[in-house]
Design a protein. Structure first.
Length: 431
């Protein structure tokens, strides 16, 4: 803009610029609406608009293609059972042949415990972007899933050497997995740490009630040195510096030694940003072989030896059966969190309002019945979801058979799932 212009000239130029931007925005909206219609349904004015502005039309077509590609990546796809069985056989062989198997887990391993994922159709971030509310609930109601228990068993049998988790729900710890074999990169909702002496304290409730992004003080004091305690959660935009429970040292050692990496239930959009976890310092031919189990597209699909589009629990059931291993049921009486937990001091009893984890029953028969009910609840939820999905698939197939002679797609969107499956709270953690 010329320095010789008067103030009124500059104001008029700014007004004209704003007007042009508004006109272009309106024109783009009109073109976008016109392009959404079939050619024969467009009005004369819409046809003239498309003819008069070819550059804007091309730009909107490119934008539309990008939006469609993003939506397609967000779709949850379950492959046909025949393909899944064939891929599980390949996965079984990979597990047996692996000399050092590391497992990376994401929110998808916990969805069967009614803990939501983040980028699924009904995930936390997806709902927030749509302006929809995320219902509140108690994470203390969640128990380790089939996948958690299967991984703990595989570690005990020497088939899995280390697990790197993005989850903060503490379910890997509660499954009985050794803490030395676990890296919780984004923290653990049951653990708080002293800001001075580093003393680590396990609780039987979610310690993050008063914390948030760059606000980590929990309001309780260290029983060793009386300094303030902080949570261990790593939020988006933060860098985790705590030694435990993040255990980055263990994760990096495992990544360097790994010849096979199995990713379960993770979009990998966060983990891909950690090149040290993928052996990028190695030449391409000597990097760990990558296997992925996830319902959605991941940015690592192209690098994977095998990608299975299925639910983690379903795959782990088939995998363990072919490995000849029994998946142990979750037993609250053997949950190590109850042995690790430090009770609150009398003056701290009112420092939180979160529900405590239900204590294990001392009655063995009662405990077995409680565990049986817990497993039955998870199984019933899974069965209900699968039954609904199958019935809707059959209905869709029937309609398509009538119209198209039986052509049937295996793509499944979240609408075919039990809508209550992910109906759980937002607790602001990474994925």
């Amino acid at each position: 803009m010329s320095q010789g212009w008067s103030r009124s000239d500059r104001k008029e130029a700014d007004r004209l610029m704003r007007r042009r931007k508004l006109e272009e925005k309106t024109r783009r909206q009109q073109i976008r609406q016109a392009l959404q219609k079939a050619g024969g349904d467009r009005s004369l004015a819409e046809k003239a608009l498309i003819t008069a502005w070819p550059c804007l039309v091309n730009s909107e077509e490119v934008r539309s293609a990008r939006r469609d590609a993003v939506r397609k990546k967000m779709e949850e796809r379950v492959e046909p059972m025949e393909e899944i069985r064939a891929k599980v056989e390949m996965l079984v062989e990979a597990v047996r042949m692996a000399k050092y198997l590391v497992v990376y887990t994401g929110a998808g391993v916990s969805t069967a415990a009614s803990i939501p994922d983040y980028r699924g159709p009904n995930g936390v971030w997806t709902l927030l972007k749509k302006g929809q509310a995320v219902s509140a609930g108690e994470l203390s109601d969640a128990n380790p899933t089939i996948t958690h228990m299967a991984l703990a068993k595989m570690h005990a049998e020497g088939l899995v050497q280390h697990i790197v988790s993005q989850n903060c729900d503490g379910l890997h710890l509660r499954s009985g997995l050794s803490r030395t074999a676990l890296s919780e990169l984004h923290g653990n909702m049951y653990i708080e740490v002293c800001t001075d002496c580093g003393h680590e304290i396990v609780r039987l409730f979610d310690v993050t009630e008063k914390t948030g992004l760059r606000r980590h003080i929990t309001g309780r004091m260290c029983p060793t040195c009386s300094s303030q305690l902080r949570d261990t959660i790593v939020h988006f935009g933060e860098k985790g510096a705590l030694e435990q429970p993040l255990n980055w040292a263990g994760a990096l050692r495992a990544a360097r030694r790994a010849d096979t990496i199995l990713c379960l239930g993770s979009s990998l959009k966060v983990l891909k940003k950690y090149p040290s976890l993928w052996g990028m310092e190695r030449v391409r031919g000597k990097r760990a072989k990558l296997y992925i189990v996830n319902l959605q597209w991941t940015p690592k699909d192209g690098a994977a030896v095998l990608k299975v589009s299925a639910r983690c629990d379903d795959i782990m059931i088939m995998l363990m059966k072919q490995l000849g291993l029994e998946i142990p049921p979750y037993n609250r009486g053997q949950d190590q969190i109850f042995h690790l937990a430090t009770p609150l001091r009398p003056d701290e009893l009112h420092s939180h309002s979160r529900r405590l984890l239900k204590q294990p029953s001392h009655d063995v028969s009662g405990q077995r019945e409680e565990d049986r009910r817990s497993q039955s609840k998870n199984s019933t939820r899974t069965l209900r979801s699968e039954t609904k999905a199958k019935s809707e698939k059959l209905e869709v197939e029937s309609r398509r058979n009538e119209r198209e002679g039986g052509v049937y797609s295996s793509l499944i969107t979240q609408r075919t799932l039990d809508p209550g499956w992910f109906d759980v709270p937002l607790w602001g953690r990474q994925v």
